[in-house]
Design a protein around this ligand. Structure first.
Ligand SMILES: [Zn+2]
Length: 593
């Protein structure tokens, strides 16, 4: 008997890929964009507040409609990337997106100018629903250039900084790695080789680490060229756009402030001591004098291998969400009832997992390749957290207030993982099981909070070096990396010499015009840990506060959203609350050892 495929049902969006309804929606999108352009091009600067309200509502209606098309196309494509019909639709919609993007680019430029010339309009009661969205536009506007300059940047970037980014990913995807897998020599692609970094067999892990980073290091000067030019390009852009620092653009995107992030990073550095204590304990549990870099995320040797069916995963997650509040599990339950999850692994399916918001349906769609491991159950709990966030926000907010910055977007997902963790710990039948579980949690959190902080310091060091006119070759970039890394790990880990090339394979350092990818994840993790701590103190009365916060979408700043739950991220000792949860898990593990 074969297990039935768990696929999503997309008929709410469109009955099928060849249905005439799809063309009708696409035609409607094109006509809405034309009408909008005719009505508003060159005129937004003259609008009064009531006219501006109508204009924003019209672009919002257009966007909501267009989103149904892009969502349907990307979902069909992600589930079956090799089918000719999904490829054709994806290509068609991508082209349409680029065309409409150019056609309507005048909207944000003209809106920016209007607000810059008349910032008082933001306070108009008629525009109350869009107040914070307009404040975010205002914050960005002084860094905008003229329409021609913006176009030139886009045109030149595609063959400049974007090409450096492409070089890095091409290198990774066209190399083969010789790895000794449990005594057998294999030649593997990067994707497969990477999966062996947390293999239960220590020798295999060592071979995978040395092979991957050894080969990357051999071409270290190539990666150094790419990264040096991408960072230098960004320093130029920063000056041209008059940002105060290379980080400012990302602070605006994340709707946060420098002081809050500085305090976050300083608190994590102080707390690294707790992480090192854990790593030393883990070495003891693994029977080692000290951990090697290949043991940091390795499972404990006696870890029980557990398998879960999709239905078991569903029940566990729904039960853990319900234990917080019965209402809180509604979105997760609905996701299963409506068949909005594509869980079966299949050839041609996109790697990884995601949750895509389905605004018009006040729901979401989740894609995952569920193989029944413990980590798959956690991934599902995480993605269902995103669906829960969408469920609350889409019921209270209009479309333009659904653009949650990364620091907020991970709130319900990380919270969902913590609820599941509690459930597993309550159910654990032996200390071996408990230890394995706590280590899994601390390994994950250790990477997200501590290792990721080292990445932020590394990036800061690169820009500081450029400012001092230092030349960034392979050796100096590698030195910046090991210095940042050692600030976290100290004497708790020994490193293969090959690991000085670790930074070469992280795609986000090379992302053109998308700098400081890392700190929002540290922020989110520490924020949700603090929030969880608050929940443990307050008990069930906390549930409505979280629900209200999730309902805000992006209509308030992350600072204000935190305050509605009694959490002030701007206070000097706020982030210490997050470390407490980490510390408690370490204590629990110490008690079991
Ligand atoms: Zn997420």
């Amino acid at each position: 008997m074969t297990t039935p495929e768990i696929t999503w049902n997309l008929t709410e969006l469109c009955p099928c890929i060849t249905d005439p309804k799809l063309n009708q929606i696409i035609n409607r999108v094109v006509s809405l964009a034309d009408t909008f352009e005719k009505k508003y091009r060159g005129k937004i600067g003259e609008l009064n507040h009531n006219e501006l309200l109508t204009c924003i509502q019209e672009i919002e209606a257009f966007d909501t409609c267009f989103n149904e098309v892009t969502l349907y196309s990307s979902l069909c494509f992600s589930a079956n990337m090799t089918l000719p019909e999904t490829q054709a639709l994806n290509d068609r919609v991508n082209k349409l997106e680029a065309k409409i993007g150019k056609q309507l680019a005048f909207y944000s430029l003209e809106l920016g100018k209007l607000i810059k010339n008349n910032p008082g309009i933001i306070q108009e009661p008629a525009l109350a629903n869009y107040k914070h969205m307009l404040e975010r536009v205002l914050r960005r506007v002084e860094h905008q250039l003229s329409e021609v300059e913006e176009q030139l940047i886009i045109e030149k970037d595609q063959f400049g900084v974007n090409a450096w980014e492409e070089l890095q990913s091409k290198w990774l995807n066209t190399r083969l790695f010789e790895i000794n897998v449990c005594g057998e020599k294999k030649t593997l692609s990067y994707g497969t080789a990477n999966g062996l970094l947390s293999h239960p067999d220590r020798t295999t892990r060592e071979s995978a680490n040395r092979s991957i980073y050894g080969l990357l290091g051999k071409d270290g000067e190539i990666f150094a060229s790419a990264l040096r030019n991408i960072c230098n390009d960004w320093v130029m852009v920063t000056k041209r756009r008059k940002y105060n620092s290379p980080m400012e653009s990302s602070l605006i995107s994340n709707d946060t402030e420098q002081g809050i992030i500085d305090n976050l990073l300083a608190t994590v550095e102080e707390g690294a001591e707790i992480y090192r204590r854990y790593l030393k304990l883990k070495a003891k549990l693994m029977g080692l004098p000290v951990l090697g870099n290949h043991d940091i995320i390795a499972p404990l040797p006696e870890s029980p291998e557990r398998k879960f069916s999709f239905h078991q995963a569903r029940d566990l997650i729904v039960e853990s969400y319900s234990s917080f509040s019965p209402q809180y599990a509604t979105a997760a339950k609905e996701m299963f009832e409506k068949c909005h999850i594509d869980a079966s692994p299949r050839f041609g399916k996109r790697n990884g997992a995601f949750c895509a918001s389905y605004y018009s349906g006040k729901s979401a769609y989740i894609l995952q390749s569920f193989n029944g491991t413990l980590s798959d159950v956690f991934t599902l709990a995480h993605e269902l957290g995103h669906a829960t966030h969408d469920w609350y926000a889409s019921r209270s907010q209009s479309w333009l207030n659904m653009r949650m910055p990364s620091v907020v977007a991970e709130t319900a997902s990380i919270f969902g993982e913590l609820l599941l963790t509690d459930k597993f710990l309550q159910q654990a039948k032996s200390d071996v099981e408990r230890k394995a579980l706590i280590c899994l949690i601390l390994d994950e959190a250790g990477m997200t909070t501590f290792q990721v902080t080292a990445r932020v310091w590394f990036e800061l060091a690169l820009y500081a070096s450029i400012e001092k006119d230092e030349f960034l070759d392979y050796a100096s970039i590698a030195r910046h990396w090991t210095t940042a890394r050692d600030r976290i790990y100290g004497d708790a880990v020994t490193w293969f010499p090959e690991m000085k090339a670790e930074w070469t394979m992280k795609p986000h350092y090379y992302m053109a015009n998308y700098r400081f990818y890392n700190y929002p994840y540290v922020y989110a993790q520490m924020f949700v840990y603090s929030l969880y701590e608050r929940y443990l103190q307050e008990g069930n009365v906390f549930a409505p506060k979280l629900e209200a916060a999730l309902s805000m979408g992006s209509s308030r700043s992350p600072l204000e959203i935190g305050k509605t739950m009694g959490l002030n991220v701007a206070s000097s000792d706020f982030w210490k609350g997050g470390l407490k949860v980490f510390s408690r898990f370490v204590h629990e593990l110490e008690d079991l050892t």
